[in-house]
Design a protein around this ligand. Structure first.
Ligand SMILES: *[C@@H]1O[C@H](CO)[C@@H](O)[C@H](O)[C@H]1NC(C)=O
Ligand SMILES: *[C@@H]1O[C@H](CO)[C@@H](O)[C@H](O)[C@H]1NC(C)=O
Ligand SMILES: *[C@@H]1O[C@H](CO)[C@@H](O)[C@H](O)[C@H]1NC(C)=O
Ligand SMILES: *[C@@H]1O[C@H](CO)[C@@H](O)[C@H](O)[C@H]1NC(C)=O
Ligand SMILES: *[C@@H]1O[C@H](CO)[C@@H](O)[C@H](O)[C@H]1NC(C)=O
Length: 487
Protein backbone atom coordinates (compact mmCIF):
# COMPACT_ATOMS: atom_id res chain seq x y z
CA UNK A 1 0.00 0.00 0.00
CA UNK A 2 1.19 3.47 -0.85
CA UNK A 3 1.62 5.64 2.18
CA UNK A 4 3.48 8.81 1.43
CA UNK A 5 6.17 9.65 3.92
CA UNK A 6 7.71 13.00 4.56
CA UNK A 7 11.17 12.11 3.42
CA UNK A 8 13.19 15.15 2.50
CA UNK A 9 14.77 16.60 5.60
CA UNK A 10 15.63 19.76 3.72
CA UNK A 11 11.99 20.37 2.94
CA UNK A 12 11.07 19.75 6.53
CA UNK A 13 13.72 22.06 7.87
CA UNK A 14 12.47 24.96 5.80
CA UNK A 15 10.73 27.39 8.04
CA UNK A 16 10.35 24.99 10.92
CA UNK A 17 13.53 25.78 12.77
CA UNK A 18 11.91 27.30 15.79
CA UNK A 19 8.58 27.02 17.49
CA UNK A 20 6.90 29.17 20.04
CA UNK A 21 3.72 27.34 20.79
CA UNK A 22 3.12 23.88 22.18
CA UNK A 23 1.06 21.82 19.74
CA UNK A 24 0.08 18.45 21.26
CA UNK A 25 -0.08 15.60 18.77
CA UNK A 26 1.72 17.47 15.96
CA UNK A 27 4.92 16.22 14.36
CA UNK A 28 7.43 17.98 16.57
CA UNK A 29 10.63 18.88 14.80
CA UNK A 30 13.95 19.90 16.30
CA UNK A 31 15.98 22.90 15.18
CA UNK A 32 17.57 20.77 12.43
CA UNK A 33 14.15 19.77 11.08
CA UNK A 34 14.21 16.16 12.28
CA UNK A 35 11.41 14.55 14.29
CA UNK A 36 11.90 15.00 18.03
CA UNK A 37 12.81 11.43 18.95
CA UNK A 38 12.66 11.03 22.74
CA UNK A 39 9.74 8.86 23.83
CA UNK A 40 8.50 7.90 27.29
CA UNK A 41 11.16 10.01 28.92
CA UNK A 42 11.38 13.02 31.16
CA UNK A 43 12.20 16.69 31.21
CA UNK A 44 14.97 17.66 33.64
CA UNK A 45 15.53 21.32 34.46
CA UNK A 46 19.13 22.47 34.76
CA UNK A 47 18.95 24.60 37.89
CA UNK A 48 21.78 26.92 36.88
CA UNK A 49 20.69 27.86 33.38
CA UNK A 50 16.97 27.17 33.76
CA UNK A 51 17.19 25.22 30.51
CA UNK A 52 14.93 22.22 29.95
CA UNK A 53 16.45 18.91 28.85
CA UNK A 54 14.23 16.29 27.27
CA UNK A 55 15.43 12.68 27.53
CA UNK A 56 13.66 9.76 25.92
CA UNK A 57 13.76 6.51 24.01
CA UNK A 58 15.26 6.92 20.56
CA UNK A 59 13.34 4.91 17.96
CA UNK A 60 13.96 4.49 14.28
CA UNK A 61 12.00 2.76 11.58
CA UNK A 62 12.61 -0.98 11.83
CA UNK A 63 14.00 -0.83 15.36
CA UNK A 64 11.44 -0.62 18.11
CA UNK A 65 13.56 -1.14 21.25
CA UNK A 66 17.14 -0.74 22.37
CA UNK A 67 17.78 2.46 20.42
CA UNK A 68 19.39 4.24 23.35
CA UNK A 69 18.44 7.53 24.99
CA UNK A 70 18.33 10.80 23.06
CA UNK A 71 18.62 14.26 24.63
CA UNK A 72 17.33 17.66 23.52
CA UNK A 73 17.45 21.10 25.13
CA UNK A 74 15.00 23.98 25.12
CA UNK A 75 14.48 27.37 26.74
CA UNK A 76 10.73 27.41 26.20
CA UNK A 77 9.54 23.77 25.89
CA UNK A 78 8.59 24.50 22.27
CA UNK A 79 11.91 24.82 20.38
CA UNK A 80 14.14 21.76 20.77
CA UNK A 81 17.80 21.40 19.90
CA UNK A 82 19.21 17.89 19.58
CA UNK A 83 22.33 16.89 21.51
CA UNK A 84 22.40 13.38 20.07
CA UNK A 85 22.62 10.40 22.36
CA UNK A 86 22.83 10.75 26.13
CA UNK A 87 23.13 6.97 26.39
CA UNK A 88 24.24 5.07 23.30
CA UNK A 89 23.43 1.45 22.59
CA UNK A 90 26.58 -0.70 22.83
CA UNK A 91 26.87 -3.92 20.79
CA UNK A 92 27.54 -6.88 23.05
CA UNK A 93 26.87 -4.98 26.28
CA UNK A 94 24.74 -7.06 28.70
CA UNK A 95 22.19 -4.24 29.11
CA UNK A 96 22.88 -1.68 26.37
CA UNK A 97 22.99 -4.02 23.40
CA UNK A 98 20.41 -2.98 20.75
CA UNK A 99 18.60 -6.28 21.43
CA UNK A 100 17.94 -5.23 25.02
CA UNK A 101 15.21 -2.95 26.33
CA UNK A 102 16.06 0.58 27.47
CA UNK A 103 12.72 2.11 28.39
CA UNK A 104 11.38 5.17 30.22
CA UNK A 105 14.70 6.89 31.05
CA UNK A 106 14.68 9.49 33.84
CA UNK A 107 17.46 11.91 34.82
CA UNK A 108 18.07 13.64 38.18
CA UNK A 109 20.98 15.61 39.57
CA UNK A 110 22.72 14.35 42.70
CA UNK A 111 24.24 17.03 44.94
CA UNK A 112 26.21 14.32 46.74
CA UNK A 113 27.97 12.91 43.68
CA UNK A 114 27.80 16.18 41.69
CA UNK A 115 26.70 14.09 38.73
CA UNK A 116 23.59 13.55 36.69
CA UNK A 117 22.03 10.15 37.29
CA UNK A 118 20.00 8.36 34.66
CA UNK A 119 17.71 5.48 35.59
CA UNK A 120 15.55 3.35 33.30
CA UNK A 121 13.72 0.08 32.89
CA UNK A 122 16.47 -2.32 31.82
CA UNK A 123 15.37 -5.63 30.42
CA UNK A 124 15.74 -8.25 27.75
CA UNK A 125 13.35 -8.52 24.85
CA UNK A 126 11.02 -10.92 26.65
CA UNK A 127 10.81 -8.79 29.79
CA UNK A 128 12.42 -11.58 31.79
CA UNK A 129 14.85 -9.47 33.82
CA UNK A 130 12.72 -6.55 35.11
CA UNK A 131 15.66 -4.42 36.32
CA UNK A 132 16.48 -0.76 36.83
CA UNK A 133 19.46 0.59 34.93
CA UNK A 134 21.75 3.29 36.30
CA UNK A 135 24.23 5.50 34.43
CA UNK A 136 26.05 8.71 35.40
CA UNK A 137 27.46 11.78 33.68
CA UNK A 138 29.21 15.01 34.63
CA UNK A 139 27.31 16.94 32.01
CA UNK A 140 23.55 16.87 31.73
CA UNK A 141 23.67 15.95 28.04
CA UNK A 142 26.12 13.13 28.77
CA UNK A 143 27.61 10.94 27.58
CA UNK A 144 26.30 8.80 30.45
CA UNK A 145 28.45 5.88 31.63
CA UNK A 146 26.73 2.67 32.60
CA UNK A 147 26.99 1.84 36.32
CA UNK A 148 24.73 -1.17 36.81
CA UNK A 149 21.31 -2.74 36.36
CA UNK A 150 19.72 -4.06 39.53
CA UNK A 151 16.52 -5.40 41.05
CA UNK A 152 15.03 -2.72 43.29
CA UNK A 153 15.27 -4.13 46.81
CA UNK A 154 15.24 -7.55 45.25
CA UNK A 155 11.95 -7.09 43.42
CA UNK A 156 10.79 -6.78 39.80
CA UNK A 157 10.59 -3.44 38.05
CA UNK A 158 8.87 -2.71 34.76
CA UNK A 159 7.39 0.69 33.76
CA UNK A 160 9.62 3.20 35.46
CA UNK A 161 9.28 6.79 36.70
CA UNK A 162 11.18 9.18 38.95
CA UNK A 163 9.67 11.89 41.09
CA UNK A 164 11.61 14.59 42.98
CA UNK A 165 9.86 16.40 45.84
CA UNK A 166 10.41 20.11 45.30
CA UNK A 167 10.15 20.81 49.02
CA UNK A 168 13.13 18.71 50.14
CA UNK A 169 14.82 17.61 46.92
CA UNK A 170 14.37 13.93 47.75
CA UNK A 171 13.90 11.64 44.75
CA UNK A 172 11.70 8.56 44.47
CA UNK A 173 11.40 5.75 41.97
CA UNK A 174 7.96 4.71 40.78
CA UNK A 175 7.75 1.33 39.14
CA UNK A 176 5.19 -1.25 38.28
CA UNK A 177 6.40 -4.73 39.14
CA UNK A 178 5.13 -6.33 35.97
CA UNK A 179 2.25 -8.41 34.75
CA UNK A 180 2.64 -11.66 36.69
CA UNK A 181 -0.17 -12.62 39.00
CA UNK A 182 2.04 -12.12 42.06
CA UNK A 183 2.92 -8.65 40.81
CA UNK A 184 0.55 -6.01 39.31
CA UNK A 185 1.48 -3.38 41.90
CA UNK A 186 3.12 0.03 41.55
CA UNK A 187 5.90 0.87 44.02
CA UNK A 188 6.90 4.27 45.31
CA UNK A 189 10.38 3.88 46.80
CA UNK A 190 12.81 6.55 48.01
CA UNK A 191 16.37 6.93 46.78
CA UNK A 192 19.16 7.29 49.31
CA UNK A 193 20.40 10.85 49.85
CA UNK A 194 23.00 10.61 47.10
CA UNK A 195 20.51 9.11 44.64
CA UNK A 196 22.64 6.09 43.87
CA UNK A 197 20.30 3.36 45.09
CA UNK A 198 16.84 2.83 46.50
CA UNK A 199 16.37 2.59 50.24
CA UNK A 200 12.76 2.40 51.52
CA UNK A 201 9.39 1.43 50.05
CA UNK A 202 7.19 4.43 50.87
CA UNK A 203 3.96 3.08 49.40
CA UNK A 204 2.71 0.25 47.24
CA UNK A 205 -0.33 0.80 45.00
CA UNK A 206 -1.56 -2.71 45.49
CA UNK A 207 -3.06 -4.82 42.68
CA UNK A 208 -4.51 -1.96 40.65
CA UNK A 209 -2.50 -3.37 37.73
CA UNK A 210 -1.45 0.04 36.42
CA UNK A 211 1.70 1.33 34.70
CA UNK A 212 3.42 4.44 33.29
CA UNK A 213 3.48 6.18 36.71
CA UNK A 214 4.33 9.79 37.49
CA UNK A 215 3.59 12.22 40.33
CA UNK A 216 2.35 15.82 40.23
CA UNK A 217 3.06 17.75 43.43
CA UNK A 218 1.16 20.86 44.48
CA UNK A 219 1.56 22.82 47.71
CA UNK A 220 -0.77 20.53 49.60
CA UNK A 221 -1.18 17.40 47.49
CA UNK A 222 0.54 14.64 45.64
CA UNK A 223 -1.31 13.25 42.61
CA UNK A 224 0.02 9.93 41.30
CA UNK A 225 -1.00 9.42 37.65
CA UNK A 226 -0.90 6.01 35.99
CA UNK A 227 -2.38 4.31 32.96
CA UNK A 228 -4.09 0.98 32.58
CA UNK A 229 -2.22 -1.77 30.80
CA UNK A 230 -3.37 -1.84 27.18
CA UNK A 231 0.02 -2.06 25.50
CA UNK A 232 0.52 0.76 23.03
CA UNK A 233 -3.22 1.50 22.90
CA UNK A 234 -4.34 4.47 24.96
CA UNK A 235 -6.78 4.22 27.86
CA UNK A 236 -8.31 6.38 30.55
CA UNK A 237 -5.40 7.48 32.77
CA UNK A 238 -6.22 7.66 36.49
CA UNK A 239 -4.85 9.63 39.44
CA UNK A 240 -4.65 8.95 43.17
CA UNK A 241 -4.29 11.86 45.65
CA UNK A 242 -2.60 12.03 49.04
CA UNK A 243 -1.37 14.61 51.56
CA UNK A 244 1.80 12.63 52.14
CA UNK A 245 3.72 10.25 49.88
CA UNK A 246 3.25 7.48 52.40
CA UNK A 247 -0.52 7.95 52.07
CA UNK A 248 -3.29 7.29 52.75
CA UNK A 249 -3.91 7.55 48.99
CA UNK A 250 -7.38 8.18 47.56
CA UNK A 251 -9.34 5.96 45.24
CA UNK A 252 -8.16 6.34 41.64
CA UNK A 253 -10.17 8.70 39.42
CA UNK A 254 -10.12 9.37 35.67
CA UNK A 255 -8.25 12.55 34.67
CA UNK A 256 -9.64 13.38 31.20
CA UNK A 257 -13.09 13.28 29.56
CA UNK A 258 -14.25 9.68 29.52
CA UNK A 259 -13.54 7.68 26.37
CA UNK A 260 -11.12 10.19 24.93
CA UNK A 261 -8.61 7.71 26.35
CA UNK A 262 -6.75 10.67 27.82
CA UNK A 263 -6.86 12.41 24.43
CA UNK A 264 -5.28 9.31 22.99
CA UNK A 265 -2.21 9.31 25.20
CA UNK A 266 -0.44 7.48 28.01
CA UNK A 267 0.94 9.10 31.16
CA UNK A 268 4.66 8.90 31.92
CA UNK A 269 5.94 12.21 33.23
CA UNK A 270 4.83 15.57 34.61
CA UNK A 271 6.57 18.92 34.85
CA UNK A 272 6.11 21.69 37.36
CA UNK A 273 6.71 25.18 35.96
CA UNK A 274 7.16 27.58 38.86
CA UNK A 275 6.84 30.95 37.17
CA UNK A 276 6.92 34.47 38.61
CA UNK A 277 3.14 34.72 38.38
CA UNK A 278 1.85 31.20 38.75
CA UNK A 279 2.79 27.56 38.94
CA UNK A 280 1.63 25.46 36.02
CA UNK A 281 1.72 21.68 35.95
CA UNK A 282 2.09 19.92 32.64
CA UNK A 283 1.04 16.38 31.86
CA UNK A 284 3.70 14.91 29.53
CA UNK A 285 2.04 12.00 27.77
CA UNK A 286 3.00 9.75 24.89
CA UNK A 287 0.75 9.20 21.92
CA UNK A 288 2.11 5.84 20.87
CA UNK A 289 1.71 4.67 17.32
CA UNK A 290 2.21 0.92 17.41
CA UNK A 291 2.08 0.70 13.59
CA UNK A 292 5.26 2.77 13.52
CA UNK A 293 6.53 3.50 17.02
CA UNK A 294 9.18 5.86 15.68
CA UNK A 295 6.39 8.20 14.56
CA UNK A 296 4.77 8.32 18.01
CA UNK A 297 3.90 11.81 19.17
CA UNK A 298 3.71 13.83 22.35
CA UNK A 299 0.61 14.99 24.17
CA UNK A 300 1.76 17.69 26.58
CA UNK A 301 -1.08 19.52 28.27
CA UNK A 302 -1.68 21.73 31.30
CA UNK A 303 -3.60 20.25 34.20
CA UNK A 304 -6.31 21.95 36.23
CA UNK A 305 -6.19 21.15 39.93
CA UNK A 306 -9.02 21.69 42.38
CA UNK A 307 -7.57 21.27 45.87
CA UNK A 308 -10.96 21.72 47.49
CA UNK A 309 -12.53 18.92 45.46
CA UNK A 310 -9.23 17.04 45.65
CA UNK A 311 -9.31 16.47 41.92
CA UNK A 312 -7.19 17.00 38.86
CA UNK A 313 -8.01 17.04 35.17
CA UNK A 314 -5.92 17.25 32.04
CA UNK A 315 -7.13 20.11 29.80
CA UNK A 316 -7.15 19.82 26.03
CA UNK A 317 -5.90 22.73 23.91
CA UNK A 318 -5.11 22.36 20.21
CA UNK A 319 -2.35 24.93 20.70
CA UNK A 320 -1.15 26.92 23.68
CA UNK A 321 1.48 29.49 24.39
CA UNK A 322 3.35 28.84 27.62
CA UNK A 323 5.58 31.48 29.17
CA UNK A 324 8.00 29.44 31.25
CA UNK A 325 9.22 32.59 33.03
CA UNK A 326 5.83 33.70 34.36
CA UNK A 327 4.26 30.23 34.40
CA UNK A 328 1.25 31.59 32.50
CA UNK A 329 -0.21 30.02 29.41
CA UNK A 330 -2.98 30.91 27.01
CA UNK A 331 -4.88 28.84 24.52
CA UNK A 332 -4.46 30.16 20.99
CA UNK A 333 -7.77 31.10 19.37
CA UNK A 334 -8.49 29.93 15.85
CA UNK A 335 -11.27 30.25 13.29
CA UNK A 336 -13.66 27.32 13.01
CA UNK A 337 -14.97 25.99 9.71
CA UNK A 338 -17.76 23.49 10.30
CA UNK A 339 -18.00 20.38 8.16
CA UNK A 340 -21.67 21.20 7.61
CA UNK A 341 -20.53 24.00 5.26
CA UNK A 342 -17.97 21.86 3.39
CA UNK A 343 -18.71 20.27 0.02
CA UNK A 344 -18.55 16.54 -0.65
CA UNK A 345 -17.52 14.59 -3.75
CA UNK A 346 -18.06 10.95 -4.76
CA UNK A 347 -19.40 8.76 -1.97
CA UNK A 348 -18.56 11.20 0.83
CA UNK A 349 -21.64 12.57 2.57
CA UNK A 350 -22.96 14.37 5.63
CA UNK A 351 -24.40 11.96 8.13
CA UNK A 352 -26.56 12.84 11.09
CA UNK A 353 -24.41 12.76 14.25
CA UNK A 354 -25.95 13.90 17.51
CA UNK A 355 -22.54 14.38 19.13
CA UNK A 356 -21.21 16.77 16.47
CA UNK A 357 -21.35 20.58 16.83
CA UNK A 358 -23.79 20.98 13.94
CA UNK A 359 -25.56 17.62 14.30
CA UNK A 360 -23.79 16.16 11.26
CA UNK A 361 -20.38 14.76 10.38
CA UNK A 362 -18.60 14.19 7.06
CA UNK A 363 -18.22 10.48 6.36
CA UNK A 364 -17.49 8.10 3.49
CA UNK A 365 -14.13 9.78 2.82
CA UNK A 366 -12.28 7.33 0.58
CA UNK A 367 -9.26 7.61 -1.72
CA UNK A 368 -8.95 10.61 -4.01
CA UNK A 369 -12.49 10.52 -5.35
CA UNK A 370 -14.66 10.56 -2.24
CA UNK A 371 -13.40 13.73 -0.65
CA UNK A 372 -14.58 16.71 1.32
CA UNK A 373 -13.54 20.28 0.60
CA UNK A 374 -13.52 23.29 2.85
CA UNK A 375 -13.65 26.44 0.70
CA UNK A 376 -13.12 30.09 1.54
CA UNK A 377 -10.65 29.25 4.30
CA UNK A 378 -8.97 32.52 5.23
CA UNK A 379 -5.18 32.28 5.21
CA UNK A 380 -2.51 34.74 6.28
CA UNK A 381 0.09 33.99 3.60
CA UNK A 382 2.68 33.28 6.31
CA UNK A 383 6.02 31.98 5.01
CA UNK A 384 6.17 29.31 7.71
CA UNK A 385 2.56 28.20 7.34
CA UNK A 386 -0.24 27.98 9.85
CA UNK A 387 -1.51 25.27 12.15
CA UNK A 388 -4.83 23.73 11.17
CA UNK A 389 -6.53 21.29 13.54
CA UNK A 390 -8.69 18.59 12.01
CA UNK A 391 -11.48 17.39 14.30
CA UNK A 392 -12.29 13.80 13.43
CA UNK A 393 -13.95 10.63 14.63
CA UNK A 394 -12.29 7.33 13.79
CA UNK A 395 -14.80 4.55 14.30
CA UNK A 396 -12.46 1.62 13.73
CA UNK A 397 -13.36 0.67 17.26
CA UNK A 398 -16.78 -0.24 15.84
CA UNK A 399 -15.01 -3.18 14.27
CA UNK A 400 -14.88 -4.72 10.84
CA UNK A 401 -15.74 -8.29 11.72
CA UNK A 402 -12.70 -10.49 11.49
CA UNK A 403 -10.67 -7.99 9.51
CA UNK A 404 -7.81 -6.11 11.05
CA UNK A 405 -9.35 -3.20 12.85
CA UNK A 406 -11.83 -5.31 14.77
CA UNK A 407 -13.22 -3.59 17.79
CA UNK A 408 -11.21 -3.44 21.01
CA UNK A 409 -14.57 -3.52 22.76
CA UNK A 410 -15.36 -6.98 21.46
CA UNK A 411 -13.89 -10.31 22.48
CA UNK A 412 -10.60 -10.91 20.72
CA UNK A 413 -10.77 -7.43 19.20
CA UNK A 414 -7.65 -5.67 18.04
CA UNK A 415 -7.19 -2.06 17.13
CA UNK A 416 -6.05 -0.71 13.86
CA UNK A 417 -4.99 2.36 15.86
CA UNK A 418 -4.97 4.90 13.07
CA UNK A 419 -6.27 5.95 9.71
CA UNK A 420 -4.41 8.34 7.47
CA UNK A 421 -6.10 10.96 5.30
CA UNK A 422 -4.58 13.11 2.61
CA UNK A 423 -4.80 16.88 2.83
CA UNK A 424 -4.32 18.98 -0.28
CA UNK A 425 -4.26 22.78 -0.20
CA UNK A 426 -5.47 24.77 -3.21
CA UNK A 427 -5.41 21.70 -5.45
CA UNK A 428 -1.62 21.32 -5.24
CA UNK A 429 -1.39 17.51 -5.43
CA UNK A 430 2.41 17.76 -5.52
CA UNK A 431 2.20 18.42 -1.78
CA UNK A 432 0.01 15.81 -0.18
CA UNK A 433 0.07 16.16 3.60
CA UNK A 434 -0.59 13.04 5.65
CA UNK A 435 -3.10 13.50 8.44
CA UNK A 436 -2.90 10.77 11.07
CA UNK A 437 -6.22 10.02 12.76
CA UNK A 438 -5.96 7.69 15.76
CA UNK A 439 -8.85 5.53 16.82
CA UNK A 440 -11.26 7.51 18.90
CA UNK A 441 -14.44 5.93 20.16
CA UNK A 442 -18.03 6.01 19.04
CA UNK A 443 -19.15 9.62 19.27
CA UNK A 444 -15.80 10.94 20.53
CA UNK A 445 -14.22 13.66 18.44
CA UNK A 446 -10.49 14.40 18.81
CA UNK A 447 -8.22 16.65 16.80
CA UNK A 448 -4.87 16.38 15.04
CA UNK A 449 -2.93 19.40 13.82
CA UNK A 450 -1.02 19.89 10.58
CA UNK A 451 1.01 22.90 9.59
CA UNK A 452 -0.22 24.07 6.19
CA UNK A 453 0.94 26.80 3.83
CA UNK A 454 -2.14 28.94 3.29
CA UNK A 455 -2.01 31.88 0.92
CA UNK A 456 -3.30 35.28 1.92
CA UNK A 457 -7.06 35.38 1.45
CA UNK A 458 -9.19 32.44 0.36
CA UNK A 459 -7.94 28.85 0.35
CA UNK A 460 -9.40 25.46 -0.37
CA UNK A 461 -8.54 22.46 1.82
CA UNK A 462 -9.44 19.03 0.44
CA UNK A 463 -9.40 15.86 2.52
CA UNK A 464 -9.27 12.40 0.95
CA UNK A 465 -8.59 8.89 2.26
CA UNK A 466 -5.14 7.34 2.18
CA UNK A 467 -5.14 4.36 4.50
CA UNK A 468 -6.89 2.71 7.39
CA UNK A 469 -4.52 -0.24 7.36
CA UNK A 470 -6.44 -2.33 4.84
CA UNK A 471 -8.04 0.13 2.43
CA UNK A 472 -8.02 3.85 1.63
CA UNK A 473 -10.73 5.00 4.01
CA UNK A 474 -10.20 8.23 5.95
CA UNK A 475 -11.77 9.08 9.29
CA UNK A 476 -14.94 11.17 9.62
CA UNK A 477 -14.42 14.93 9.80
CA UNK A 478 -16.44 17.20 12.06
CA UNK A 479 -14.69 20.55 11.44
CA UNK A 480 -11.36 22.27 11.02
CA UNK A 481 -9.89 25.11 13.07
CA UNK A 482 -7.39 27.44 11.41
CA UNK A 483 -4.89 29.19 13.70
CA UNK A 484 -3.04 32.44 13.12
CA UNK A 485 0.65 32.25 12.17
CA UNK A 486 3.01 31.58 15.05
CA UNK A 487 5.22 34.38 16.28
C1 LIG B 1 15.22 -12.94 29.42
O1 LIG B 1 15.60 -13.30 30.73
C2 LIG B 1 14.90 -14.40 31.27
C3 LIG B 1 15.38 -14.57 32.72
O2 LIG B 1 16.75 -14.72 32.74
C4 LIG B 1 15.12 -15.63 30.43
O3 LIG B 1 14.36 -16.70 30.94
C5 LIG B 1 14.70 -15.33 29.01
O4 LIG B 1 15.02 -16.43 28.19
C6 LIG B 1 15.45 -14.11 28.49
N1 LIG B 1 14.99 -13.77 27.16
C7 LIG B 1 15.82 -13.65 26.13
C8 LIG B 1 15.24 -13.28 24.82
O5 LIG B 1 17.02 -13.83 26.26
C1 LIG C 1 30.03 19.71 29.15
O1 LIG C 1 29.23 20.59 28.39
C2 LIG C 1 29.88 21.77 28.05
C3 LIG C 1 28.88 22.68 27.37
O2 LIG C 1 27.86 21.96 26.73
C4 LIG C 1 31.08 21.47 27.19
O3 LIG C 1 31.76 22.65 26.86
C5 LIG C 1 32.00 20.52 27.93
O4 LIG C 1 33.08 20.14 27.10
C6 LIG C 1 31.26 19.31 28.39
N1 LIG C 1 32.10 18.46 29.22
C7 LIG C 1 32.25 17.16 29.05
C8 LIG C 1 33.11 16.46 30.04
O5 LIG C 1 31.69 16.56 28.14
C1 LIG D 1 8.80 -7.57 47.04
O1 LIG D 1 7.62 -8.08 46.41
C2 LIG D 1 6.83 -8.89 47.25
C3 LIG D 1 5.69 -9.40 46.40
O2 LIG D 1 4.95 -8.34 45.84
C4 LIG D 1 6.35 -8.11 48.45
O3 LIG D 1 5.65 -8.94 49.32
C5 LIG D 1 7.55 -7.50 49.18
O4 LIG D 1 7.09 -6.64 50.19
C6 LIG D 1 8.40 -6.71 48.22
N1 LIG D 1 9.54 -6.19 48.91
C7 LIG D 1 10.09 -5.01 48.63
C8 LIG D 1 11.23 -4.60 49.50
O5 LIG D 1 9.73 -4.31 47.71
C1 LIG E 1 25.94 7.01 48.68
O1 LIG E 1 25.26 6.56 49.83
C2 LIG E 1 25.57 5.23 50.22
C3 LIG E 1 24.79 4.87 51.44
O2 LIG E 1 23.62 5.60 51.57
C4 LIG E 1 27.06 5.10 50.46
O3 LIG E 1 27.34 3.74 50.68
C5 LIG E 1 27.85 5.60 49.27
O4 LIG E 1 29.21 5.59 49.56
C6 LIG E 1 27.41 6.97 48.88
N1 LIG E 1 28.12 7.38 47.66
C7 LIG E 1 28.53 8.62 47.45
C8 LIG E 1 29.27 8.84 46.13
O5 LIG E 1 28.34 9.53 48.21
C1 LIG F 1 -4.22 9.93 -4.59
O1 LIG F 1 -3.42 10.84 -5.30
C2 LIG F 1 -2.06 10.85 -4.95
C3 LIG F 1 -1.34 11.90 -5.76
O2 LIG F 1 -2.02 13.07 -5.74
C4 LIG F 1 -1.46 9.49 -5.17
O3 LIG F 1 -0.12 9.50 -4.72
C5 LIG F 1 -2.23 8.45 -4.42
O4 LIG F 1 -1.75 7.18 -4.70
C6 LIG F 1 -3.71 8.53 -4.74
N1 LIG F 1 -4.41 7.64 -3.86
C7 LIG F 1 -5.37 6.82 -4.28
C8 LIG F 1 -5.99 5.99 -3.24
O5 LIG F 1 -5.71 6.76 -5.43
Amino acid sequence: MYIPRLSSQLLLAAGLASAKWIVPGARWRDTAGNLVNAHAGCVTVDEESGKFFLFGEYKVQGQVEGGGVAVYSSDDLATWESHGFALKPVEGHPYLDPKMIIQRPKVVYSDATEKYHMFWHADNSTYGLLLQGFAQADNITGPYSFVDATSPLGNWSQDFGVFTDYKDGRSYALYSNGDRKEARDVYLTSYNSNKTALDTVVHRFDKYDLEAPTIIQTESSYFALMSHKTGYRPNNVVAFRADKLSGPWSQPFIVAPLNTRTYNSQSGFALRIKGRKRTTHLYLGDQWDSNSLWESRYIWLPVAIDERKKSLSVEWHDIYDLDVKTGEYRAIQGTTYQGAAASTAGAAWKQEAAFADTGSILTGIYGNDSTVTFSNVQGAGAKDGQWVSFYYQNTDDMGFGDQPGGSPDRIGGAWQLRRISSVVVNGDTQKVETLFQRDTHKGIVLSTPLKLKLRKGKNEIRIGGLSNGFDVRGADIEKIVVYPPEG
